[in-house]
Design a protein around this ligand. Sequence first.
Ligand code: BGC
Length: 720
Amino acid sequence: MRIKFLIAPLATLFFFGNVSAQKAKQMSLQYKIDYMLKRMTLEEKINMLHGNALFSSGGVKRLGIPELTCDDGPLGVREEIKRFDWNSANWTTDSATFLPNGSAIAATWNPALANKYGVVIGEEANARKKDIMLAPAFNICRMPLCGRTYEYYSEDPYLNAQLAVQAVKGIQSQHVAACIKHFAANNQETDRNMMNAIVDERALREIYFPAFKAAVQQGNAYTVMSAYNKLNGYWCSENDFLLNKVLKKEWGFKGVVMSDWAGTHHTVAAANAGLDIEMGSSGPYDKWYFADPLLAAVKAGQVSEKTIDDKVRRILWLMYHTSMSQNHPKGSIATPEHGKAAYEIASESVVLLKNDAHLLPLNTANIKSIAVIGDNAVRTFALGGYGAGVKAQHEITALEGIKSRFGKTASVTFAQGYKAKYLANNTDAQNSGYDQPDQTLIDQAVALAKTTDIAILCIGSNREFESEGHDRKNLELPFGEQTLVDAVTAANPNTIIVVMAGAPYDLNKIKKSNHTIVWSWFNGSEAGNALADVLKGVVNPSGRLPFTFPVSLNDSPASALNTYPGKDLTAEYKEGILVGYRWYDTKKIDPLYCFGYGLSYTNFTYTDLATNKKTYKKGDKITVSLKVKNTGSVAGKEVVQLYISKLNSSVLRPGKELKAFKKIMIAPGQTAPVLINIAINDLAYFNDKLKNWVIEPGQYRLMAASSSKDIRQTVGFNIK
Ligand code: BGC
């Protein structure tokens, strides 16, 4: 075998003569794939198209093609489980870096950090010999209650795409395939295995597809996972429009579509509609849809051999980029560098929601005692609930972080404050009473808070309460936390509220009654250190919300239009393109906290917003320039957000749409020039009738903003 592989590139050169190195590489790859394919029997081919264990699919031993291995997932490389069941394999070498959750990464508004995240995932996957990482996951946050909001990025397709592309590039820079998921419209967990999402094509093209398209075309993602749900009447794993027409044909996807675990429903329909590998089904492996039944379907002429060959080609293409690639990196796991990357992401993700009393950053000279209160101060988030987690090599809790950053100059004491009595796998009856306060714990917390200079109250949810497999029932803070907040705030006026969660919650009362609110996430191995550094001012907070916090659930589009969770297993996305801030803006509904919001310990002013021309045409690029000044006394990062709106549009357009952003570090007193390009083609809307993108001529408004509601400067321009 080895000798034949050496001959392959030489033969390519001989046959194709003087071609570019890139082209020669492609041709030699084609040659290798053809070479393999020609030597395979139909049975061997089909053996590669379905799982042969929980997290691998078959290879062809005779030809030296290894099996294909994969692992979850977004939070880091999951611990090794047994080959045929979900129990731990009890390895001692699989402790990994726990990376911040998806919405935390999104809150950094920093694509370079999404890339760093990807590199860590890729390196750790290599150390564990995994060819595919089932990450990143970036379904649009359509409904704030969705149980996987914490895994996903944002309600905005542009922010989503920028992060997804970089996460994919980072992972794949290590010769590990990213598996982008879940394609498409898996926006709720309620009935996810059965529900039919009815989404018009414009909303698909403008809201639900862009990050997938970008991850394929700009990120070159090697694999895509089809979603559990149906989309417009067809299971996503057998959706010809989704997989064949859009993904493979239109976007030119060269890689492999794999099903979500047990998300395959038929043999012929799925095989012909573009699914390549069936994963996670149950029963004997040779009885799966893509095993013996597929062989029979080929023999009966219901699926062509050409279709089978195309699937195998895709898998081999993926393998030559990953497990069978040259100079395949060895990888490394839970290294100090990976911990540093987790810290950087976490520290840029923390969002300062309110700082009215200017209590933050804490002045260590004046603080001699700190009460840290709340179950979340001592809780870890690497594991929990239903869905993938990480056996974290270390995870710094908030209490540990605060002790390490403040413990030398202040006494740090702890009270639990509330009991987090909720398990994702429990029934409602078993979980009943989870929202009740625990008066004994509250009394203890109040007694402690009365004696200290500062109280840091760590509340929010956890990985049991926000979980794959179920949605939350409402936006309320769980575990009686509001009662605890009220009591501790009354006892100590210097109370800082720290919320740790991955999705929007009802913070109405806290926003009204408390002066200091910090939002943290399920923030990875270094969460506690990052949080404490923000509280101390070592890190100036620069996180911005990646989704809207509504005042009330009924304000959110899917609730307002009564389309969630749907009727008779059908959810009609009646809000169309008006998802997230697009809805609140257009309908003039004030949110509690808007998309893109977050404070800093300094202030920024915007001046000199201009475009390089007044009038543009199709294919042009707008060069936007502006100046941002840091007017405060500390260095800080500002996220400059550029929104566009079409004036007097002939079709419905959102009040504004994010089209570019840039995160910049500015020293105190300094002014930073900012240059950002926006392609005119990216201002098109999708015309449902023409089934095409249309750039509407006329007047547009460009807004430079610090959040979606904080527009600092505007300028007009035209498109001819
Ligand atoms: C999830 C996927 C995950 C797969 C394998 C499914 O339940 O939806 O995101 O990759 O399980 O663990």
